[in-house]
Design a protein around this ligand. Structure first.
Ligand code: TRP
Ligand code: SF4
Length: 326
């Protein structure tokens, strides 16, 4: 039986935080056992909202790939590459743009939303509107049948299916329509209980050292109504408890019960969490340090991945051009 093929991508945001790891990367690592995997650093996607400041993109690519490797992405099994190095994405994006009705793009829910939200930047651009077409090209270039994504990406994937269906209808091709594989994302809030995000400064690095872990856990917001250890607490509004639910396994329930009963103090609860995070994150940080000490490693991984990606994408473009008779 042949394995299914996965393509997924992440924008190069530099070092990843623990939310990125739990929400996506950890899942990618598991998927390597069952799928032929292509993982793209989508630097062109970073330009769709951040074209004005490009000074950090190259560094961010390298830092992110180091985190991918530290997390356990295996460059022998998986193809790890950079979108902008494979020019076939650009050609396919252009060809798909010809068959994509404008109305489909304007209707993508994230489009209008982000236009409003990112109003500080001028993203009323052609590139930003075409973002989901570029994403479709990323997927189709590898004829991927499965795309692991978070819930927020489902409209983009539905659009990708529609574009590919329309292409197949117009040109009689049989290119695969990709299925989403929803990531069972463990929800990890930031230290202030908002969404974990680099721009809020409320994140924990996925390869944080012991000192960063201790500091960040110390700063986490707890149930503000708890002043004395014996005050009954509400773990469900507490960031520390949200982390326990992800990192403390079966013990989380017990911790919640002790909190509600006023039997455990927040200091002790945080100390326990620090220990759990040291266990979970420590090995990743160690692997990262070892990998970072090997000069040229990231460049070699990317060059080898680019070469493998390019072969498959070139094959796809042959099929696409033949179907379109150009
Ligand atoms: N749009 C995705 C995001 O912002 C990133 C992405 C680009 C992607 N191309 C992709 C994800 C292809 C999956 C498949 O998170
Ligand atoms: Fe949060 Fe733990 Fe304090 Fe309860 S005891 S409020 S779960 S830190």
């Amino acid at each position: 039986m042949t394995k299914g093929r996965i393509l997924s991508g992440m924008r190069p945001t530099g070092r990843l935080h623990l939310g990125n790891y739990k929400g996506a990367l950890e899942n990618w690592v598991r998927l390597q056992d069952d799928y032929e995997c292509f993982f793209a650093v989508v630097d062109w996607h970073a330009l769709t909202t951040g074209y004005e400041n490009t000074s950090e993109i190259k560094d961010n690519i390298r830092e992110m790939v180091l985190d991918w490797l530290a997390a356990g992405l295996d460059p022998e099994r998986s193809v790890i590459f950079v979108q902008s190095h494979i020019k076939e994405h650009a050609e396919l994006h252009l060809l798909l743009s010809m068959v994509t009705p404008l109305g489909w793009l304007e209707r993508v829910p994230t489009y209008k939303e982000q236009l409003g939200q990112l109003s500080g930047r001028d993203i009323a651009t052609y590139g930003f509107l075409g973002y989901p077409v570029l994403q479709t090209a990323d997927i189709l270039a590898y004829r991927a049948d499965t795309v692991p994504v978070g819930e927020d990406q489902l409209p983009h994937l539905e659009l990708a299916r529609e574009i590919i269906r329309r292409f197949n209808f117009l040109y009689g091709s049989k290119l695969p329509e990709p299925q989403p594989a929803l990531t069972r994302a463990a929800v990890l809030p930031g230290t202030d209980n908002r969404k974990m995000s680099k721009s809020y400064g409320n994140y924990l690095g996925m390869s944080a050292d012991a000192q960063e872990i201790r500091q960040k856990v110390h700063s986490m917001v707890t149930d503000p109504a708890r002043i004395h250890k014996t005050d009954p607490g509400h773990p469900d509004i507490c960031a520390v408890y949200a982390f326990h639910q992800v990192f403390s396994g079966d013990r989380a329930e017990e911790i919640g019960a002790s909190c509600r009963a006023g039997a455990i103090g927040c200091g002790e609860c945080k100390k326990n969490l620090t220990a759990r995070l040291d266990e979970a994150v420590g090995p990743i940080a160690e692997r990262r340090a070892a990998l970072a000490a090997r000069p040229g490693l990231v460049d070699e991984v990317i060059a080898a991945g680019d070469a493998r990606a390019r072969r498959v994408a070139a094959e796809t473009l042959e099929i696409v051009r033949a179907a379109m008779r150009i």
